[in-house]
Write a protein that binds this ligand. Structure first.
Ligand SMILES: Cc1cc2nc3c(=O)[nH]c(=O)nc-3n(C[C@H](O)[C@H](O)[C@H](O)COP(=O)(O)OP(=O)(O)OC[C@H]3O[C@@H](n4cnc5c(N)ncnc54)[C@H](O)[C@@H]3O)c2cc1C
Length: 416
């Protein structure tokens, strides 16, 4: 069976030993990045990309339509993601992970999305939001308790949004009240990806509303502390990825389950979403490439007026334009990921990548339906599913308007 362990490591006494060269030190990254194109992948990244593509085609593809129709995630696919080491890509080897680079996670998300953007987001949230929060801000105790489980068999989720706080995330109403060595969490969350399967919940709650957003603190909750998970939302797209509401009815959480520092939750959320949206950009690039790859052969099979429809100039110009736009979205995404791996500022680039890739995913998947004519509109072909799945890209991890506001703020700083 495919295992990312084979890519990153060789088993020694049951441990995974990372063989990553190009991302093992900052200087190695910088020298390589200066010399090479964005398409130059390290040997390990290239192998990972190939193996993930194989996993997506062999294991995921046969079940995509069934999972979409039934709005359920196949348990075997989830297990396959864990067994392959794809749920702890950047998690250090000592915590049971694969010790890979951020770019490796991005390539994985992209490859999965070419086949199923729903499976891609399950992997993306676990890697770029949940694991990263633990890795960056968790105490040794929290890392030891949770990181290995997240890498091997347990799904986690990221609970920030609420019914009345979406784009205005820090207006959240979930409260944390200190009670001896515990906090009592009361409130609710909405739209939480992976919460249907999750046992570990990162929950942002305000522990000092008088301090405004500076009271927001991130808590780690286990499902068995009493987290109530509502029924899955019935969605337009990414239907096998669970999106549920959460209720906390006075849950007692030990103080040691504060992730990082008290009152720093807002900072952590901003920081993690800044890099998380490179993952969403990768999901959208993968989606656009996937639907394009599945559509183009049809244009050279289908004939009208005695010619292949792909040979009409009116069609050629459209798919040439689409290919160029997918390429541009991928380069924005890879560049943002490389900047992050190099430890350089990347906010401006990650925001543009997410904005543009999600726009292109919608545009290209919509065009692919047009190019296939009537059959593109049926559920017999996977094209309409990509179109439905593409709609989420402009909404989660900051809507397109929010991305534009961030880009505009950056420009104002430079030019005003
Ligand atoms: C499938 C799915 C999965 C999700 N997963 C998660 C998750 O795992 N964790 C989590 O915490 N959240 C999650 N979310 C929530 C998601 O991040 C929010 O839906 C998103 O941030 C938008 O918030 P909202 O839905 O409340 O829309 P609103 O904020 O109400 O926005 C509605 C419209 O108003 C516009 N708007 C709002 N404010 C401004 C402004 N200042 N300037 C210009 N336009 C503005 C928006 O761009 C949008 O077009 C998920 C959502 C979905 C649908």
């Amino acid at each position: 069976m495919f295992s990312v362990a084979r890519v990153f490591s060789k088993p020694v006494s049951g441990l995974r030993v990372p063989l990553l060269r190009s991302f093992s030190t900052r200087s190695a990254v910088c020298s390589e990045a200066r010399l090479n194109s964005l398409y130059t992948l390290s040997e390990e990244e290239q192998m990972l990309k190939t193996e993930v593509a194989r996993f997506a085609n062999d294991k995921v593809k046969p079940l995509v339509q069934e999972m979409d129709e039934n709005e359920t995630l196949d348990k075997g696919i989830l297990k396959g993601l864990f067994d392959a080491g794809l749920m702890g890509i950047e998690t250090p080897v000592e915590y049971g992970g694969s010790g890979g680079s951020f770019m490796s996670a991005i390539l994985t998300v992209e490859e999965l999305a070419k086949i199923d953007p729903s499976i891609s987001v399950i992997c993306d949230v676990q890697n770029t939001l949940v694991n990263t929060l633990f890795r960056k801000f968790g105490s040794k105790h929290l890392k030891e308790k949770y990181l290995a489980r997240l890498a091997t068999d347990t799904v986690g989720c990221f609970g920030l949004s609420e019914a009345n706080s979406g784009s205005d995330a820090f207006a959240l109403k979930t409260r944390a009240v200190k009670d001896g060595s515990h906090y009592i969490i009361t409130g609710s969350k909405l739209w939480i990806t992976n919460s249907g399967e999750a046992d570990i919940f990162l929950v942002f709650a305000n522990a000092d509303p008088s301090a405004g957003y500076k009271g927001i603190t991130c808590f780690v909750l286990d499902r068995d502390m009493g987290v109530q998970v509502s029924a899955k939302e019935k969605k337009l797209g990414i239907r096998c990825s669970s999106t549920c509401g959460l209720t906390f009815d006075g849950i007692m959480v030990p103080e040691e389950n504060i992730l990082g520092e008290y009152g720093k939750g807002y900072k952590y959320a901003i920081e993690i979403l800044n890099e998380g949206r490179i993952g969403i950009a990768a999901q959208m690039v993968g989606l656009a490439q996937g639907v394009f790859d599945m559509t183009l052969p049809y244009l050279f099979e289908r004939q009208q007026f005695g010619e292949k429809i792909g040979e009409f100039q009116g069609m050629q110009h459209q798919y040439a334009q689409a290919a160029t736009e997918i390429e541009a979205a991928r380069l924005l995404t890879y560049n943002a990921a490389r900047l992050k791996d190099e430890g350089q500022p990347f906010l401006y680039q990650s925001t543009m990548a997410k904005l543009y890739a999600s726009q292109i995913a919608q545009k290209v998947s919509s065009q692919c339906i047009d190019w296939m004519g009537g059959v593109g509109f049926t559920r017999e072909y996977p094209i309409e599913k990509f179109y439905r799945d593409s709609k989420i890209g402009t909404i989660y991890e900051g809507t397109s308007n929010i991305q534009l506001s961030t880009i505009a703020k950056n420009l104002a700083k430079r030019y005003s």
